[in-house]
Design a protein around this ligand. Structure first.
Ligand code: FPP
Ligand code: MG
Ligand code: MG
Length: 389
């Protein structure tokens, strides 16, 4: 376990699986329109961290021998319903006017492709759980495509962002396309509860982003204003980041036919780890350079956003209220706010809160059967706290 001297590398535990992940994801993003396929696959070229699929795969393995409670009579999914390749025909885009008049393309469910769904033989991970891992990465990447448009980001994963390379219109549409393909793959898991979970995640992502966009002004005359601001921030953080991680961990356990207590523990693990993950993310925005992050640094203040480090600092430095109120829009505001945050113990408090969540994540799975995958999940909590990108 995490306290022993043997360090488990969570990445190595599912390295074989991850090797196939990108290939399968790229296959899900095939399109008869070559430009659309290129834009949709753009963020799969650079190395992402694959945190979400990694967690799903580890959760699948960690719960493989936990208590089970089969939900449906015949849950035995035929592999073919999952892995029939999804790809659209090219006829619609030919210059041939006769073919162009064919208004209904072959259903993406009846594929003409010969490509097959590839993965290594690890009996402790079900094909449906593996596909779930791919779906989480698709939804995450779709949200990044949209996020970079909203945030006017010029870089992502140490390369020009998709909106910079292809423009806003194509970046938004590629994100929508990804959500569509993720939905098809999700439907093919033939599990309504899992469909509901992941569909809720998509709605949650938008809700979180909206909460961030339309921050309710903090009423400083209320004695509890600071706690309220932090509560609002944490709710937003759950929706924007922890929802995907927690609900996909839950879905992994559901697909594994786990008992309700195991399903709930998987969810609690993901929720707490997700909150810790985003708190650390908001800390890194203050402390790490753009070069190391592979995306813009100090971006939150520039975007007018008050995240945890500032909310904690604000309590001791009331002058921050004025800057927050005008979204750091006046010349010198960003610089001043940054100084005040760095002088305060806002970063320290943020780290302490993240650590609390990471510890809660570890304790929520304490009753899982011992094994490498459980160690890997615990190690992920350690890694989240140590990460620099
Ligand atoms: C990154 O946050 C963005 C998210 C975690 C979610 C963004 C969600 C949307 C744009 C809503 C639309 C959702 C879908 C599914 C299409 P960040 O900007 O704080 O982090 P960054 O520094 O990585 O850009
Ligand atoms: Mg962003
Ligand atoms: Mg954003």
């Amino acid at each position: 376990n995490a306290t022993s001297n043997v360090t488990i590398d969570p990445l190595k535990l599912v390295a074989q699986e991850l090797k196939f992940l990108n290939k399968n994801i790229r296959q899900l993003l095939g399109s008869g329109h070559p430009v659309l396929a290129t834009v949709a696959k753009y963020y799969t070229q650079s190395e992402g961290k694959h945190v979400r699929p990694l967690l799903v795969l580890l959760m699948a393995r960690a719960t493989a021998f936990a208590a089970k409670q089969p939900r449906y009579e015949s849950q035995s999914l035929s592999r073919s319903s999952i892995d029939t390749p999804i790809s659209s025909p090219t006829v619609l885009y030919d210059n041939n006017p006769d073919q162009a008049s064919v208004s209904e393309p072959t259903s993406p469910l009846t594929s003409t492709s010969n490509e097959t769904y590839a993965f290594p033989d690890d009996a402790s991970i079900l094909p449906s759980q593996r596909r779930l891992a791919e779906i989480t990465e698709l939804i995450h990447t779709a949200s990044l495509l949209h996020d970079d448009v909203i945030d006017h980001s010029t870089t992502r994963r140490s390369a020009p962002s998709a909106n910079t390379t292809f423009g806003n219109k194509m970046a938004v549409l590629a994100g929508d396309f990804m959500l569509g393909r993720a939905s098809v793959a999700l439907a093919r898991l033939r599990d309504p509860e899992v469909v509901e979970l992941l569909a809720t995640v998509i709605a949650n992502l938008v809700e979180g982003e909206f909460m961030q966009l339309k921050n309710t002004a903090s009423d400083e005359s209320n004695p509890k204003w600071n706690e309220q601001a932090i509560t609002y921030y944490l709710q937003k953080t759950y929706l924007k980041s922890a929802s995907l991680i927690s609900k996909s961990c839950r879905a992994a356990a559901i697909l594994g036919q786990c008992a309700p207590s195991v399903v709930e523990a998987a969810y609690q693990y993901g929720k707490n780890l997700g909150l810790a993950f985003q708190l650390v993310d908001d800390m890194l925005d203050y402390t790490i350079s753009a070069g190391e992050l592979g995306k813009p640094a100090g971006a939150d203040l520039e975007l007018g956003l008050a995240t945890a480090p500032l909310l904690f600092a604000w309590k001791d430095r009331p002058e921050l209220g004025l800057l927050v109120g005008r979204k750091f829009a006046k010349e010198g505001d960003v610089q001043r706010a940054r100084e005040l945050v760095l002088q305060s113990d806002g970063l320290k408090q943020t780290r302490a809160l993240a650590q609390e969540y990471a510890d809660k994540a570890i304790s929520s799975i304490s009753f899982f059967p011992p094994g490498e995958a459980k160690d890997g999940l615990e190690e992920m909590c350690v890694k989240v706290m140590k990460r620099r990108k």
